[in-house]
Design a protein around this ligand. Sequence first.
Ligand SMILES: [Ca+2]
Ligand SMILES: [Ca+2]
Ligand SMILES: [Ca+2]
Length: 671
Amino acid sequence: MNKCRFFVVSLAVMLLASCMHDTVDQPVMSSEDTLIARKFVNTSEAAVLGELVIYVDEESVALLEGAESATRCGISEIETIATEIGAVAIEPVFNMKVNAERKRARGMDRWYVVSFPSDVDLNMAAKRFAAVESIERVQFSTRVERPTEQAIELDYADVIATTRAANMPFNDDMLPMQWHYINNGDKQLFPTIVAGEDINAAAAWEVTTGRPEIVVAVVDEGVCHTHPDLEPNFDVNEAELNGSDGVDDDGNGYVDDIYGYNFVSDTGRIIWGRPHDSGHGTHVAGTVAAVNNNNLGVSGVAGGSGNGDGVRIFSSQIFSGKDELGVKGIAAAIEYSADRGASILQCSWGVEPGQIANDTAFATGSVSVEYEALEYFIETKNCDALDGGLVVFAAGNVGKASAGYPGAYNEYIAVTAFAPDGLPAYYTCYDRGCNISAPGGEYYMIAPPSTYSEKGLVLSTLPEGKYGYMQGTSMACPHVSGIAALALSYALDLGKSYTVDEFKTLLLTSVNEFDSVLTGFKPNYSGGNMNLTTYKGKMGTGKIDAYRVLMGVRGTVSIPLPVGQEVILDLNRYLGDGQVSLKTLSEYTISDETREHLGIVNDAILGGKLILTCTKPGAGSITVAFVAGGTSVGGGQLTGGMRIEKEFALIARENHVANADGFVDNAEGWL
Ligand SMILES: [Ca+2]
Ligand SMILES: [Ca+2]
Ligand SMILES: [Ca+2]
């Protein structure tokens, strides 16, 4: 597969290079050299000049906390080096004004950043620091690569005011163009579109549209908080909003952090319109939580119902124009996201696959400062429905058989991307480290290589009140973050709570299967072909389905159904061990909405089996009555069994398959 050459929104962040202690290849090394080499977290490749991150031993922390400067920090070896290289400052990476005790227990107070003139030889300085006994790790502050691709602004004349719009759950006029939420198979958007290749948002939004108690941190370019389709769902720091400029009014260690914090400029002012900014952060934020049903623009996955009830977002800004942010800022942004109350960390960035070899290189031995920050985020509980934080990353856009780190690491969810045809997007990474798939969009080439349509991309908000298209696993990622936010909102409704592991299991198993469509070839944007069998079993567990996720929270079994085929379902196979003694009564309820959504015809229960045909992709539910014990319900003069009712979720998709015995089956089994 060709590496995508244009408009793959690739926030390729070169956070970390591979661990030096694994790759050191010098035939003759003294034991002291080996000891020093083991202290290196990474190499100096793509490192920011003029700073190094160090991790000191416990005894040194007390001295450094009271340090006046790097040259007078109380540790003579450090003072000597600092004087020689002209170091100007030694400062803690993490913010001890919030949750200090927990951070100390994790050793987060032991990370410092040393700043010095940029003409100092970085490798020499690093080696000198690594030779200091009280310094246990040295990390180069690897440069963050900025997004270079721009969004395509929506031409308002393209907004399709078809009759479809009348059937939309919300009045946002661009929602009919957001196939990634509700895909009705509109060929105006993408000629080879397949209805139902979406996140099943319509059915999900009947269950919940979000709750303001759930907060998602958007770690990205600055998010435009003045956008009218985002502003109502912004998490606002009221103490700062009503406080004084230049003063840390809430004492959280960050001055004027009203809508988040800009870690690039180290100020509370979130910005988004500098040259080389792409609108990426604002786009991603809109997918999570653009305001629904406000008669304006787009919808967001967890953007509420138009009554101020969407999930909340804030901006942890790590990209800005051409400025470079080192790992200290990345780590601080993740820490801040936890301390400010986020339950979900939305990260549409990562290093190129292959730069970090494997999980051991990422998270064993001399681990990096950003790994420490991510672990802290996971450990931090910020809502009643989850006992910690969920970390979601984009898998990467270079079409490789591996996700990029950090997303590839086994504790974080890495999201692959599919196109409006339900097939892998040409750019998506897949296979190793990839956990789940979501819509990321794709160009449709009308006349390769120069004429293409952007309507198969993901449509969302852009800075300055605008809207536009972007594609990438960067765009798939916030679909998963948004669905996770919906699930936590619904869990709050129901008074349920999860451990982080339980919650990840729920998300990764609430999917529609991917593999049945992965045969043959698909033309890619450049006129070549993608061999689809390459992706079989490698796009993650499947395509995330928001309705299935919510049904999982409710505890309702989802049944996959094919479109356009009559199925005869033995519902007992979805109960107990699949062979239970429950007599199916002929009583059942299907709501009018479900009938409409699935186009259900010919439904009946005959001989204990449910018979029905769905004529279109959709989702809904059915409630069926059973007798537990005996063949009839007891009561009055009759001794009989207990009447019970059970709800099943029904998910109809083109590629769900009914077996010869009428049992609907697919790659997921019968979850
Ligand atoms: Ca503050
Ligand atoms: Ca202030
Ligand atoms: Ca809207």
